[in-house]
Design a binder for this molecule. Structure first.
Ligand code: GAL
Length: 901
C-alpha cells in the first residue's frame, strides 16, 4: 500500500463512527408488512369486470383475433374491440412496464396506457368492506391446508393451488413520508400479480418465482390510511410440481430519500484475490427520483461479519468518497475499489469456512447522509477446470449437491426461515455441500442461509423456455418476460458468495430444436454474461447430445442422468468431455432414486441399481417403494450407480441428486399419491436409509455405520432377508444374535456392504465396520416388540416468540424396552396449551391425504411429526400432549422466549 492509500484507508476507518451515527438518521427504512392482511379466494360474483392478464393465453377459443393486437404495442384490446360480448379486461399492458428496468434496449420498453383497469371491480375500491375476509399474515400459501383431491393427476400435489386470490391491507403512511420515495418489494407471489394502491393499478409481475419491486410514490397518500390490494391468478396445469398459491414470501415497504441506491443497485466482485490481499470492486447505481439534478458523495466501508451475520469490529477497508452528479429522474453509476489485507475467505465446509463481509455504502448530499445501503458478500476465487472440476480458493471441491424444490413439506410454499434452515442443516449433516435451486429463483432467505452455512449454489431461473411442458406454464409469457425475469434474478442474487453458476434452464424442449433452440440459449447466456461476467452459465440437459447445437452455447455442461447413463445407455461424460475439452462437465441432476421411508420389499434385486416395476421394489397396492435404496425411476439410477460413474470420470465436477428432500407433487411412480418418493429425506424430515449412504460416501472421515432393513419381521422367520450396511469404513463384519455372518469388504466402485442371504430370525443385528484394517464404527438393529410407548422429541426445546420460529417435534413409537417400533402406525391425537400453536402434522407417507393442519395423524413406520410455533410476543411454556390409540398420553414442553437463538 502506498502512503497516500494508507492515509485514506485510515481516514476512512476513523470516519466510521461518524457515518454510523449518520445511519440512525438516514431515511432508508425497510419495513416488513407481513402482518394483518385480509384474504379471499375468487373474484367477486357480482363483478362485471374480469381482470385477465392476457385473454389470448387463458381463453384460447374466445375472441382470438382481438388479442393479436396486443403484441408489444400499447393497444388496449379491451378498449379497441368492437364489443358484442364484452371481452374481459386485459391488464397485460399495465403490468409490462413494471419490468422496464430489466429491458436493455430502451426501444423495447413499455409505456403505460391510459385508463385504470379494475375501476369497476369492487375489491379494488378504496373503502371496500373486507371485514368478512380471512385475516392472515404473510408468507401465506392458500392451498396448503387442502383438502387433497383424489381426481386428476398428482403432478401438482393434489392441493387447490390454482385459482384467483385477493389480498388487501391498510397501510398507514405518515405525513412525514411526504417527499420520500416509497416502494413495495415482493419477494414472491404465485402468480400473475396485479397491485392497486388507493384504487389505482400500479403494476405487477406474472412469474411466481420472481422477486420484484413497484414504485408506489405517485399513488401514495401520506398522512393517512392507504389501501393496498393484490390480486393473484394462479393457473391450473402450470407446473410439474406443487407451486403453492398466494403471497408466499416476504413483502416489504421500502422508504428512501429521493436520492438513493437503486434496487439491487450494487454489484460487488472479488475476482482478484490472493491470501495476502483481496481487491473488492464495487459498482453502485444511485437513483435520483427528484425533479432537480443532484450532487452526491458515495463512499463505502467494509466490515467483517460474524457467524450470525452481525458486523464485528471496525471497518477493515474503505472506498473513498466519489462525487456523482445525477440528472433529475435519472441515475448514475460509480465504480470503486478497496483492498482487504489477509482476507478471511469464504468457502464450503468442512474443507473451508464461510466467512462473510458487508460493504456499507453511504450516499451524502451537502454533507448530510441521505442513504445507507448494505451489500453482504464473501471473498473467494472460483475456477472451473475442465479436467478437475470446481476449484474454490485454489482447492478442488467435488460438488456433493442436491436439487430441491421450494416447498417446505407440510408448511407448503409459504417461506419459513427456520424450516429452510432445518432442511439445510440436515443436508449439511449428510455431507452435502451444494444446492441446485431447481428449477427457479429461490427465496432470498435461501441464499442468506447458503452464504452463512457455506453451500455452493447452482442458481436456476427457468424450467421452461418457448416450448411448453404443461399447458399454462412459463412458455406463455417467455417471449414478453424472459429478459426481465432473468436480469432481475441475476441482479438480485449476484453478490452472494454461495452462488457459483447460473443455470438458465432445466431439460428445456429447446434441446430438440437444433439451432433455433440454441439461439434462445445463446441469448440467455449473453444476458448472464452482461449482468455477471464472473460466473459461468449452464443448462441442465437430459437428452441433448454432444453434437447438438444447445450444449455449445453454455459454459458448463450440465447433464441430467446422462452422466450415469440413462437406462442401458453408457455414461455420456466421456462423449461430452471429448467434444468440449475446454468446458467443465457435471451431473446437474442425478439419481432420481425412489423409496418410502421404512418400507422394504422382497425379493431384493441383486444389481446395484434397478428401475421399479412389477415385483421390482414396489408395492403397487399400497403405493410404496422399497427402501433398500436400489430402485429408481426408469430413467434414473441408484445412488450406488451414480457414485460409481462420478468416480470413474474424475474430471466431472460432481453431482446434484434429485432430490435432497421429498416435495409435494410429482409422485413418480404412483401418480395417485400426493408427494414425491425421490427425496433422500422424506417430506416430514425423517431420514430415509439413503441419507446414510450419502453420508458414508460424502463424509469419508466421519466414522459411521448404518444397517438396513429394520429387524422386526415376525412373518419372515426362516426367510431370506438381505442385510445391507452403509459405512464410511471399507469393510465390515455382521453378527446376528452374536453369530458372525461373515466379514465383507467393499469392492471397486461399491458403496454398500451386502449380506444377501441372511435368514431372518428375531434378535440383534450388529455390524462392526473397519477402515484400513482398524475398527471404525459399529451399529445395531434390534427386533422390536409391540409398540408400547410414545416419545416426543422436539428438535429445539426453546424457540423465539416471534410467530415464525418453529419446533419440529418427532413422535416416536417404541416397545417397552425403548426400541423404535418400525412398523407402528397407531393414530395420534395432538393437543397444545400455552403460548403456541400446532401449525401442521405429517408422517412422510406420500399416500396420506390427511390435511396437514390436522391434529390427528397416524404414525408412518413408527414416526410422526408435529410442527409447533410460538405465538408472537407471548413468552412462556408451550405444553404439547400426544394421545396415542391404546397407549396412553405423552407430554413435552417447549419454551418460547423473545431472545432464544
Ligand atoms: C427430471 C426433471 C425434474 C424431475 C425429475 C424426476 O427429468 O428435471 O424436474 O421431474 O426428472 O425424475
Amino acid at each position: 500500500m502506498n502512503s497516500l492509500r494508507v492515509i485514506s484507508f485510515l481516514a476512512a476507518i476513523l470516519l466510521v463512527p461518524i457515518l454510523l451515527h449518520g445511519a440512525q438518521t438516514a431515511p432508508r427504512e425497510r419495513i416488513s408488512i407481513n402482518e394483518n392482511w385480509r384474504f379471499t379466494k375468487g373474484d367477486p360474483t357480482n363483478s362485471t369486470e374480469s381482470l385477465l392478464y392476457d385473454v389470448r393465453k387463458r381463453q384460447p377459443v374466445r375472441r382470438l383475433a382481438e388479442a393479436e393486437s396486443d403484441g408489444n404495442s400499447n393497444a388496449n384490446p379491451a378498449v379497441t374491440n368492437e364489443v358484442s360480448t364484452p371481452p374481459p379486461a386485459v391488464i397485460k399492458q399495465w403490468i409490462l412496464p413494471t419490468g422496464n428496468d430489466f429491458i436493455k434496449d430502451p426501444s423495447r420498453r413499455f409505456s403505460r396506457p391510459s385508463g385504470n383497469p379494475g375501476d369497476s371491480a369492487p375489491y379494488v375500491q378504496p373503502g371496500f368492506d373486507d371485514s368478512s375476509w380471512q385475516q392472515i399474515n404473510l408468507p401465506h400459501d392458500w392451498a396448503i391446508e387442502g383438502p387433497f383431491s383424489h381426481s386428476g393427476g398428482g403432478g401438482m400435489g393434489r392441493l387447490p393451488s390454482a385459482g384467483i386470490g385477493w389480498y388487501r391491507k391498510k397501510l398507514t403512511i405518515p405525513a412525514s413520508d411526504s417527499g420520500k420515495s416509497i416502494f413495495l418489494d415482493v419477494d414472491g407471489a404465485m402468480s400473475y400479480s396485479a397491485v392497486w394502491l388507493n384504487g389505482k393499478l400500479v403494476g405487477g409481475w406474472p412469474f411466481g418465482y420472481a422477486s420484484w419491486r413497484l414504485g408506489l410514490t405517485p399513488y401514495v397518500k401520506p398522512g393517512g390510511e392507504n389501501e393496498l390490494v393484490i390480486r393473484l391468478d394462479n393457473p391450473p396445469e402450470s407446473s410439474r410440481w406443487y407451486p403453492g398459491g398466494g403471497i408466499y414470501r416476504n413483502v416489504w415497504l421500502v422508504k428512501t430519500a429521493p436520492v438513493h441506491v437503486g434496487h439491487w443497485g450494487t454489484q460487488l466482485t472479488t475476482a482478484k484475490t490472493s491470501p495476502e490481499m483481496a481487491m473488492v470492486e464495487l459498482e453502485v447505481k444511485v437513483d435520483n427520483d427528484s425533479k432537480q439534478p443532484m450532487n452526491v458523495a458515495v463512499e463505502t466501508q467494509i466490515f467483517s461479519l460474524d457467524a450470525n451475520g452481525r458486523r464485528s469490529g471496525r471497518a477493515v477497508s474503505a472506498i473513498a468518497p466519489v462525487n456523482l452528479q445525477i440528472n433529475a429522474g435519472s441515475n448514475a453509476v460509480t465504480k470503486g475499489q478497496a483492498n482487504i489485507s489477509k482476507p478471511k475467505l469464504w468457502g464450503p465446509p468442512p474443507q473451508q469456512r464461510p466467512n462473510c463481509y458487508v460493504a456499507v455504502t453511504t450516499v451524502s448530499e451537502a454533507g448530510k447522509v441521505v442513504d445507507i445501503y448494505e451489500t453482504p458478500f464473501g471473498v473467494r476465487t472460483l475456477k472451473f477446470d475442465p479436467n478437475a472440476g470446481i476449484i474454490v480458493n485454489g482447492q478442488h471441491i467435488d460438488l456433493k449437491g442436491v436439487c430441491d424444490h421450494h416447498d417446505l413439506g407440510a408448511l407448503g410454499a409459504a417461506l419459513n426461515y427456520r424450516a429452510l434452515q432445518r432442511q439445510l442443516e440436515m443436508l449439511q449433516e449428510m455431507g452435502c455441500n451444494a444446492i441446485r435451486t431447481s428449477h427457479n429463483p429461490p427465496a432470498p432467505e435461501l441464499l442468506e442461509l447458503t452464504d452463512k452455512m457455506g453451500f455452493l449454489v447452482m442458481d436456476e431461473t427457468f424450467d421452461v423456455w418457448v416450448r411448453q411442458k404443461t399447458p399454462f406454464d412459463f412458455h406463455l409469457i417467455f417471449p414478453d418476460w424472459h429478459e426481465q425475469d432473468l436480469r432481475a434474478h441475476l441482479r438480485r442474487d449476484r453478490n452472494h458468495p454461495s452462488v457459483i453458476m447460473w443455470s438458465v434452464g432445466n431439460e428445456v424442449g429447446e434441446q430438440y430444436t437444433g439451432t433455433n433452440g440454441a439461439a434462445v440459449a445463446k441469448e440467455l447466456c449473453e444476458i448472464v454474461h452482461e449482468e455477471d461476467p464472473t460466473r459461468p452459465t449452464t443448462t441442465a440437459m437430459n437428452s441433448a447430445q454432444a453434437t447438438h447445437a444447445l450444449p455449445a452455447t453454455v459454459d458448463v455442461i450440465g447433464l441430467n442422468y446422462q452422466g450415469a447413463g440413462v437406462r442401458k445407455a453408457p455414461s455420456q461424460y466421456p462423449v461430452f468431455h471429448e467434444k468440449f475439452p475446454e468446458k467443465v462437465i457435471l451431473g446437474s441432476e442425478t439419481a432420481s432414486a425412489i423409496s418410502s421411508r421404512g418400507e422394504y420389499m422382497f425379493p431384493v434385486t441383486t444389481n446395484n441399481s434397478a428401475p421399479t416395476g412389477p415385483n421390482s421394489g414396489k408395492d403397487q397396492a399400497r403405493r410404496q417403494v422399497s427402501a433398500y435404496e436400489l430402485y429408481s425411476a426408469d430413467w434414473g439410477s441408484s445412488a450406488d450407480r451414480v457414485f460409481a460413474s462420478q468416480e470413474q470420470h474424475p474430471y466431472a465436477g460432481g453431482e446434484f441428486v434429485w432430490t435432497g428432500w421429498d416435495y409435494l407433487g410429482e409422485p413418480t411412480p404412483f401418480d395417485q399419491s400426493r408427494s414425491s418418493y425421490f427425496g433422500i429425506i422424506d417430506l416430514a424430515g425423517f431420514k430415509k436409509d439413503r441419507f446414510y449412504e450419502y453420508q458414508a460416501h460424502w463424509l469419508p472421515d466421519f466414522p459411521m455405520a448404518h444397517i438396513l432393513p429394520h429387524w422386526t419381521w415376525p412373518e419372515r422367520v426362516g426367510q431370506i432377508t438381505p442385510v445391507h450396511v452403509f459405512t464410511s469404513g471399507d469393510e465390515g463384519e455382521l453378527f446376528l444374535n452374536g453369530k458372525s455372518l461373515g466379514r465383507k469388504k467393499k469392492g471397486a466402485y461399491e458403496y454398500r456392504l451386502r449380506w444377501d442371504d441372511v435368514v431372518y430370525q428375531p434378535g440383534t443385528l450388529k455390524v462392526v465396520a473397519y477402515k484400513r484394517g482398524r475398527k471404525w464404527a459399529t451399529a445395531e438393529m434390534k427386533t422390536a416388540a409391540e409398540p408400547a410407548k410414545l416419545k416426543l422429541e422436539p428438535d429445539r426445546s426453546e424457540i423465539r416468540a416471534d410467530g415464525s420460529d418453529l419446533s419440529f417435534v418427532t413422535a416416536r413409537f417404541t416397545d417397552k424396552a425403548g426400541v423404535t417400533a418400525p412398523r407402528a402406525d397407531n393414530l395420534i391425537h395432538f393437543e397444545i396449551e400455552g403460548p403456541g400453536e400446532i401449525v401442521a402434522t405429517d408422517n412422510g407417507d406420500p399416500t396420506s391425504f390427511v390435511p396437514f393442519p390436522s391434529h390427528d395423524r397416524k404414525a408412518f413406520n413408527g414416526l410422526c411429526l408435529v410442527i409447533v410455533r410460538g405465538k408472537p410476543g407471548s413468552e412462556g411454556k408451550i405444553r404439547l400432549t400426544a394421545k396415542a390409540e391404546n397407549l396412553g398420553i405423552e407430554k413435552t414442553s417447549i419454551k418460547t422466549t423473545k431472545d432464544a437463538k
